[in-house]
Design a protein around this ligand. Sequence first.
Ligand SMILES: *Cc1c(COP(=O)(O)O)cnc(C)c1O
Length: 234
Amino acid sequence: MTQVAERLREIEARLEAACRRAGRARQEISLVAVTKTVPVERIQEAIDAGVRLLGENRVQEAASKFASLRGDFARHMVGHLQRNKVKKAVSVFDMIQSVDSLELAGEIDKRAAEIGKVMPVLVEVNTSGEATKFGSTSEECVDLVAEIGHLKHISVQGLMTIGALTGDQAVVRGCFRRLRDLRGRIQDARIENVLMDYLSMGMTSDFEIAVEEGSNMVRIGTAVFGPRHDPPAA
Ligand SMILES: *Cc1c(COP(=O)(O)O)cnc(C)c1O
């Protein structure tokens, strides 16, 4: 068994334990393997071990890696998306998880229309209030979702957040609760053309808390592939 396959088995055990604690079924939760900076050979090991969902942060890096991978997998953009990369992102990805402004959504809508696609997206929320994080504020999120709902070539399918970067579990848990509450408010508002199927929350350091708080999509990099040596931001 490859090291990646072994790590995936450990994550499975931890996911199952978190599901048991929360009274949930493991099948409710999708695992996105986050592959930024990871070489193609190791990503292939993850696919060969059963991973069916890959997340990337950079459009160009994703496009060239995806082209050299074998097998059946869905492609999610999880990183901040610049406007000038939207055209390519719309053709490369099956879902964009990081939509945090109407301007970005408008550009996605325009580029998706050009290629006759309806782009599935999640709206990213900054639940921690950390200034370094992208995402709409919790206050503006409901209105933003409603406005994006008007766009014909976008399908809003849920919310995404990155938990606070702290060892304080109560603070992290608070972020995930905030996202779950927001989903409830948006569901209650019954906005046309808006689904709230996905709550994408939980990474290597906090995915068990996220599962306990209702996440159904965890995005895990380090625990699958080992520590990253991130290149400086482009
Ligand atoms: C890198 C990244 C992840 C995975 O982070 P790990 O801590 O390595 O699991 C998840 N989500 C986003 C948006 C990321 O950029």
